[in-house]
Design a protein around this ligand. Structure first.
Ligand code: GCB
Length: 623
């Protein structure tokens, strides 16, 4: 599936704005054919947005079940003879869509796109009603999973992931027009030898009998650098300009369908960053050079809009990544908006791309998320059907993001149970699914502290070891000396595996503005010392090739005794104010400024992301 695009042969119309909206707690709308007329009792709702925080109503915020969205759309009158497609970038966590009275598509999974050919149901120049039945209920057969429990006051949605179950239509909805003969999919794989780059391309076309595929590769200045014909081929690029971390150089591959007379019937543009990714021993190589990940696990999470995509917030978050000296992030814990991945391509930010498989771990329930007493993998809980949904989530993520140079590593799950036979059986085939879908990138999953070195039975399948560890926070709380010893011991065990290790999470909840003379948990001082301790541990271990602080910013979670207005492990507050300690190494990519010095780089030369308490340190920097 290709993203809608305006080209010489294609046109788009974005359907964002105010839609009609109605919760359907009794799930009566489908039988009552709510799609056949105006919703019976609608209120206004923004698209894109999570619906949860837009009303002053607890029943809306915590709602789970069926949710209806509806609007009318004027189909452009110039679209006669075109193939007209309705495209959702996402709907969380599943949706069924009608155009007029016709059901056109259903999709499972809250963070990947889906679309339907609606040509036969619309008339260019006329209006049509579009209705989406979104559902945000989590079950053992959804990714992420959850369960509905009966409580004294009725049903309650339980889930085992540590972020609020925001839902709705989170990204843009499009109408698009393409020619009947059309490019359906493009795959590029890049490489280089010396100064010569290569772009292997494969084009899938539909209704294109008798047409030729022609491709033109242009550099960033628009100069043609290579051409090819045929549905597959290799383009050679002389004096190649590589895509590299901190350097988001992109070529443009125009794919055309051309008839005998040379007329271009369809044209689609695919950005291409020429780079290689390789795991060699304990190194992670990009373009043959060792790469060290420094950055964050992030969230798509903002006040008011929840998990919705917003260009302004994306620009700000990337500015802050640059400001703090990060070169990478993980799309914890679900695929982010395609605009985010495009932005990373253009700005040379490296991505670990993750599926929404988070919370497949009943052992983590204890005290934090509730919902205890279940067995993670069993015929009645996460089972073969769940695995098929998970496999599809992996396939859809890779299909969507396979051409992005910024994406260098797939994470097929975050912190699943991984120390049992059930886990080993569940995950073995999923690694095969990922490798089959993309033989060019390494694959891993994020290991949880409950399955330490020697106990984990899933890391054997991974190319890269990704570890989330909270020594000094969830264990050895407040005891950083003890934490340092325990963490060092465990890490040495992992290092003996001979694979690269990325520390994908380490962090301490920190209430912005909370200070203590001696470092106490929840204070900004403790966050600094906690991070420094971690960095000493990483710097002593050659197999560590990356560190992602948890989290970039504070974020919303379900309420409970472990969270005060959300998770506070951010380097920034939820509204993106820096906590008191943050500064960066001047050697990091991005514009350097005297205000961005820190003093501990000499002690930790390999470490690029650094932390400093600027209010209290004599050598600290002015802001
Ligand atoms: C983790 C999870 C992450 C949580 C974090 C925490 O291990 O992967 O989703 O938010 O811990 O802060 O507890």
């Amino acid at each position: 599936m290709l993203r809608p695009q305006d080209t010489t042969t294609r046109e788009t119309k974005r359907l964002d704005g105010i839609w009609s909206f109605q919760l359907d707690g009794e799930s009566e709308g489908r039988d009552a054919r709510w799609f056949g007329a105006n919703l019976p009792a609608p209120r206004d709702m923004a698209v894109p947005a999570s619906f949860n925080d837009l009303t002053a109503d607890a029943a809306v915020r915590d709602y789970f079940g069926d949710i209806w969205y509806q609007r009318t759309v004027q189909v452009p009158r110039g679209w006669a003879d075109q193939r007209i497609v309705l495209h959702f970038e996402s709907a969380t966590h599943r949706a069924t869509v009608w155009v007029g009275d016709h059901e056109v598509v259903s999709h499972e999974g809250g963070y990947t796109p889906f679309e339907a050919d609606i040509t036969e149901f619309v008339t260019p120049g006329e209006a049509v009603r579009v209705t989406a039945l979104v559902n945000n209920t989590l079950s053992f057969q959804s990714i992420p999973p959850g369960v509905i429990e009966e409580g004294p006051a009725g049903q309650k949605q339980i889930y085992w992931h540590d972020f609020f179950n925001f839902a709705g239509i989170h990204r843009s909805v499009w109408l698009s027009a393409t020619p009947q003969a059309r490019v359906e999919d493009i795959t590029v794989v890049t490489g280089f030898e010396g100064d010569t780059g290569s772009v292997d391309y494969t084009v899938e076309a539909a209704d294109a009998d008798g047409l030729d595929v022609q491709v033109v590769l242009r550099d960033a200045a628009g100069r043609e650098v290579a051409t090819g014909t045929g549905a597959t081929g290799r383009l050679k690029v002389a004096d190649v300009h590589l895509w590299a971390p901190g350097h988001g150089y992109l070529y443009d591959l125009e794919v055309q369908l051309v008839d005998d007379g040379g007329a271009v019937l369809d044209s689609y543009h695919q950005t291409v960053g020429i780079r290689t990714v390789e795991v060699r021993g304990t190194q992670f190589l990009i373009n043959g050079d060792p790469f060290y990940f420094k950055g964050f696990g992030m969230h798509e999470d903002h006040s008011t809009i929840g998990k919705a995509h917003s260009p302004a917030h994306v620009v700000q978050d990337f500015e802050l990544l640059d400001w703090i000296g990060a070169n990478s992030f993980r799309t914890s814990h679900y695929p982010y908006s395609e605009d985010v991945i495009d932005y990373a391509d253009r700005h040379g930010i490296v991505i670990i791309d993750e599926t929404a498989a988070v919370g497949l771990n009943m052992g983590l329930g204890g005290g934090i998320f509730g919902g205890q007493g279940y067995q993670t993998f069993s015929p009645d809980t996460i089972n073969d059907s769940s695995r098929e949904v998970h496999a599809q989530a992996i396939r859809e993520l890779i299909a969507r993001d396979k051409n992005h140079p910024s994406v260098v590593l797939w994470s097929i799950a975050n912190e699943p149970e991984s120390d049992t036979e059930g886990a080993e059986d569940y995950f073995r085939p999923l690694f095969d699914v990922a490798r089959e879908a993309d033989p060019t990138r390494p694959v891993g999953f994020v290991n949880v502290m409950l399955a330490p070195h020697g106990k984990c039975r899933v890391s054997q399948f991974a190319d890269v070891l990704m570890l989330n560890r909270y020594y000094g926070w969830y264990v050895n709380t407040g005891d950083l000396a003890g934490a340092e010893i325990a963490w060092t011991n465990e890490l040495n065990g992992w290092a003996s595996e001979g694979k690269p290790i990325v520390i994908t999470e380490y962090g301490a909840d920190t209430l912005a503005g909370n200070h203590s003379l001696t470092p106490q948990p929840w204070s900004e001082e403790y966050q600094v010392d906690y991070l420094d301790m971690n960095h000493r541990v990483f710097d002593a271990c050659d197999a560590v090739v990356g560190e992602h602080v948890w989290n970039f910013a504070d974020f919303a979670t379900t309420s409970g005794i472990m969270r005060v207005d959300g998770n506070k492990k951010g380097a920034f507050t939820r509204d993106r104010k820096p906590k008191g300690h943050v500064t960066v190494d001047v050697t990091a990519p991005g514009p350097s400024s005297p205000a961005r010095r820190h003093t501990s780089a000499a002690a930790c030369p390999r470490r690029k992301l650094a932390w400093q308490l600027w209010q209290t340190s004599a050598s600290s920097v002015s802001r």
